[in-house]
Ligand binder design. Structure first.
Ligand SMILES: Nc1ncnc2c1ncn2[C@@H]1O[C@H](COP(=O)(O)OP(=O)(O)O)[C@@H](O)[C@H]1O
Ligand SMILES: Cc1ncsc1CCOP(=O)(O)O
Ligand SMILES: [Mg+2]
Length: 245
């Protein structure tokens, strides 16, 4: 019988990330590099962010997981992404694709589809992006929003945590991709890893909203809350539901 995600499992995985300090390499957009790196750091991971063609293979080879984010895509970034994915796949390292704004541009959507054919561990996007992406084959599909929907063909999971101010701060989706990557580095089952990461982010957001005056202070409070989140608080507030597929 498969061990499906639970609040207790999320707490165990958070403890593992804090203890093992996994390295996460991010090919991130230029808009939210700092916010994403901070998010990975405060949950316990170690981010690296270079996108230099000369160095990418070495950085991915030393990383425990990779995040590929299409937010500010250009020809150079495409080439670097393809090299990073090649190295990740060769090393059996988990990687997550965030097809940011693939709903704005047919060429970006086509590139996202090409990347999905290369076998990411997870594809995560918002509703508009994931509706266009459609099925994601063998990899875990995550559509975030007020409720996060995870499906891997065998089971579906819903995470009903978070706060509406997450949609008012640029980069919470990108940050969630970085946090998910840190959890993938310590947990082989992508469904468990992603559910744990999204429950952690969502419960931290609920804590942060209590200490914030609006979206601006909420962004900072979210980093504080991710850093301070206690395992007992996570277990009592995480709202994780699942159906065996
Ligand atoms: N209205 C909402 N209520 C609670 N959580 C939300 C809400 N909107 C987004 N989130 C959370 O914010 C994060 C980013 O999700 P989303 O807004 O779908 O992605 P993106 O930032 O890529 O557009 C996810 O962790 C999601 O759970
Ligand atoms: C606004 C914007 N433009 C290119 S990347 C980016 C950030 C998107 O961040 P998120 O999807 O996490 O809100
Ligand atoms: Mg996004």
């Amino acid at each position: 019988m498969r061990n499906l995600p639970s609040p207790q499992m999320a707490a165990r995985l958070l403890a593992c990330v804090r203890e093992r300090r996994p390295r996460v390499h991010c090919l991130m957009n230029t808009v939210v590099q700092k916010f994403t790196a901070d998010g990975i750091t405060v949950v316990g991971g170690i981010p690296s962010m270079t996108s230099s063609r000369e160095e990418i293979a070495d950085f991915v080879a030393k990383a425990d997981a990779l995040t590929v984010n299409l937010g500010t895509l250009d020809a150079e970034h495409r080439a670097v992404i393809l090299r990073a994915v090649e190295v990740a796949n060769a090393g059996g390292k988990p990687w997550i694709l965030d097809p940011v704004h693939c709903d704005y541009s047919p060429s970006r959507l086509a590139f996202a589809r090409d990347l999905i054919a290369l076998g990411p561990t997870i594809v995560r996007g918002n509703r508009a992006e994931m509706e266009l992406i459609g099925e994601t084959g063998a990899c875990l599909r995550i559509q975030t929003g007020p409720v996060d929907h995870l499906a891997d063909g065998r089971a579906t999971v819903r995470i009903a945590n978070g706060h509406r101010w997450m949609a008012a701060v640029t980069g919470t989706g990108c940050l969630s991709g970085g946090v998910i990557a840190a959890f993938m580095a310590v947990e082989k089952d992508p469904l468990n890893a992603a559910a744990g990461a999204l429950a952690v982010t969502g419960v931290a957001a609920e804590c942060a909203a209590r200490n914030a005056a609006g979206p601006g202070t909420f962004g900072v409070a979210l980093l504080d809350a991710l850093s301070a989140l206690g395992e007992a608080e996570l277990v009592s507030h995480a709202r994780i539901e699942h159906d065996q597929g």
